[in-house]
Write a new protein. Sequence first.
Length: 134
Amino acid sequence: ALGKMPITVAVIYSPADSPRERTTFFQQLQPDLSNVNLLFGDFNCVMQEEDWSLVLAHWLDSLSLHEALVAVGLIDALPPSSPHTFTSPSSYTTRLNRVYYAPNSVRAPKCLTLNNLALSDHSLLLFEVRKHTH
C-alpha cells in the first residue's frame, strides 16, 4: 500500500507463440484488470510504430490489449519515444515490456532505469511509484 491507499499490482507474461493466443489471453485478462492500479509485464506485442525497429503490422493482439487497457482505464507509463526493451536474436528491437497505470489512483510511475545489462534479451525496467498528493 502507498500510505493508507491499497494498490493492486498485476504482473503478466503474455503468450509468445502467436498473435491469436495473445488475443485470447488479453480478452480473457480484461475482467481481472478492473481493480488493478499497476500492470507490469512482457506483453509480447507492439502497440505503435515507435515500438518496433521494423515495419509495424497492426495485429489483432495489439488491438485486444488496447481495448482491455481502455476498458479499465490503464495508460502507458512511458512516452511513445521510449527505448525498446527487447532485442531479438536476429537483431530487431521492440518495446515488449511495459508498465501501465491507473492515473486516478497513482501518479505516473517514474522510470529510474531502462537498460540492457547483457543478462537477457530483455532490458531491466526499474520504476518508482508514488501515491497522489491531493
